[in-house]
Design a protein around this ligand. Sequence first.
Ligand code: C2O
Length: 579
Amino acid sequence: MASLQHLPCTSATSTTSATQSRRPLFAKPSHFITHAKRNNRLQISCSSSEDQVNTPQGKVDRRNMLLGLGGMYGAANLISTPAASATPIQAPELDKCGVATNLNTGQQLDINCCPPTSQQIIDYRLPPVFQMKIRPSAHRVSPEYIFKYNMAIDRMKRLPKDDPRSFMQQANIHCAYCNGAYDQPGQGTLDLQVHNSWLFFPFHRWYLYFYERILGKLIGDPTFALPFWNWDNPKGMTMPPMFVDPKAAIYDDKRNQANLPPAVVDLGMTGNKDPLQVVANNLTIMYSEMIRANANVYDFMGQPYRAGTPVNPGPGSSERGSHVGIHVFVGDPRQPSGEDMGNFYSAGRDPLFYCHHANVDRMWSLWQYFLPSNKLPDKRITDPDFLNAAFLFYDENAQLVRVTVKDCLDNLRMGYDFERIDLPWLDYRPPAQTAKAKVTRTGTSASKAETVFPLKLDQIVRVLIPKTKKGKADELLVIEDIMVDTTKFLKFDVFVNDEDDNVGELDKAAYAGTYAQVPHKTNNKSATTSIRLKLTDLYDDMDVADDDTVVVTLVPRHQGEGVTIGGIKIIENPTPARP
Ligand code: C2O
């Protein structure tokens, strides 16, 4: 702690003007807070060292790019005052951690996934960054890297069982935060759940951050960086080979044996057996969930989740898309509940989980810094209930720390970046469909909306939905009151004016988006949620010229019986894109 104050607190020299544009985000006095008990805080101030992001040359690009993106971070006051915040999700009370539930069965788990308790909680302060860690693509790592990584995991496995940094304790973090072991502090028995909401990206970012630091510490290499599973690029669309060596510490035998390499990752769970088509589907899904289907920041990040909010306000496009796809792809169907990766309580027992989530985390970073911002009104969430939401983790020194969302919004500031890999999905817009869809011309097989809802999704359905105006418009498709069986893996796809029945192909203009979930706990077995899919680009790619209705097709992929749709409507986009 003392040494922190001896670190240089002024900015390093190699900052670019783009860095300057990001500075208001963090230009506030840093502080270091300890407290043995909550509400009894001791504040020690240190002048800011947070601007010192000491990056290797390559990073300059990104900053220049930031400028090109219109200075997203130019506006000051992104971080509102904590005092204004009424109801952020509070860090859990470890001493009240209880029994967790198997989300696939609804049964209580017979394992204890609560962490050790600790008398002292420190408010975590990001250390200054002197050398950027670069997370490598898992398919491209060197034998030396694989050796080091395995050594680190092996040492983690050898730590005493009650050491919060040990392999199982780390795996159990996911179980405790995701399977109902914690209640929201001060909210009775309302569960704390970090999935299916805007907490999804921040929670997992912090989780991996400490996991990575623990591994680095165990091998005495503070530059150690976790690998990412580059499943968004065709070259990464198999399980990374290093994870399937049975002698390796990073091996796990509870995986779907049919999906070992060379099986191609099926992000869309379409079951299509043609590997080239599956790759095309995957790229289409990436383009859709990163760019095409999102009308505002919540569509990507997930819906607001505050103290007192019941779980599952709604997952973002990435969480419910590629993220779920990989969990399903890896989870072992021979196990009772899809363990390890196919179930939240056990997912962290597979080292591949962290590699998967490193790419999920990369998607967040790419979305923030690399994707065209002109298609969205704003990419920031300035709501203090988001920024001040808090979690607890044990750091690499087994110190219990409290972290907040606002400190994890920038991966560079957290000291890591990702190896540059091209993004083949970035321009993977489906080809325009020139002819008017037969489906609207004939209008035969589609039912009228008034007659079909609520609708159980046990088969493919087509429904005629009125548009807000004729022709092309800035509109959203809203699928509402989706009632889901929360104990099941679920997935369905949504198409608009799709004229053919080849549901194994997603790379077409008619594909509008996806809903999928990993099982999750709620206080009863069902939950209601909704999704919005932006149609603007879809209309551009299809001939909707004089139509005042479209045909929406819902294709169940997984456990459609577990889904009931309350309604579908088309609304005008309430948050139109920037000009
Ligand atoms: Cu916390 Cu991929 O799940």
